[in-house]
Design a protein around this ligand. Structure first.
Ligand code: HEC
Length: 140
């Protein structure tokens, strides 16, 4: 009978030691993060659109009248325009529609009217590029 109890106690003590060892190992080892870090923000398509817009800006001769970061015609800088105007306004200013039409000179309107022939994808890219211009000009 006594032997029986000795075995029981030994078994319980043994299990306890194993559990303690497991707990210790779990505490000492680095844990994998609870969840994988969130996927990178979907910046890639937007960045590609901005790059496309940059190319269209060059191809359409916008720099004839506008400057960005000191390059182009300094008369009408576009630095920071993305922080000042929303997408709909930017579209109006590119196409000389809406309130922009009244504010622009006849020559600028004529020039910008030509951009209405641009495809929707090209316009979207141009607007995205304008929206990326959030840094104000360094010029005084
Ligand atoms: C013939 C000259 C001319 C051309 C070419 C031209 N623009 Fe403009 N644009 C203007 C003028 C003038 C304004 C009004 C600027 C002002 O009042 O400060 C203007 C205003 C803008 C504005 C608003 C600027 C602001 O400060 O709110 C945006 C955006 C713009 N243009 C984008 C474009 C893009 C993109 C192109 C090419 C696809 C382009 N423009 C081509 C003359 C031009």
């Amino acid at each position: 009978m006594r032997e029986f109890w000795v075995r029981i106690v030994a078994a319980i003590a043994g299990t306890g030691v194993v559990l303690l060892a497991l707990a210790f190992a779990w505490l000492q080892n680095p844990h994998p993060p609870a969840a994988a870090p969130a996927a990178a923000p979907p910046a890639a398509p937007a960045a590609a659109l901005v790059e496309a817009g940059r190319a269209f800006y060059a191809a359409e001769g916008c720099a004839m009248c506008h400057a960005i970061a000191g390059e182009g015609n300094p008369r009408f800088p576009l630095d920071g325009v993305g922080a000042r105007r929303d997408a709909a306004e930017l579209r109006d200013w590119i196409l000389a529609t809406g309130t922009a039409a009244e504010a622009l000179s006849a020559r600028a309107v004529r020039m910008k009217q030509g951009y209405r022939a641009l495809g929707e994808a090209e316009l979207e890219a141009l607007v995205a590029y304008m929206q990326s211009l959030t840094t104000p000009s360094l010029a005084p």
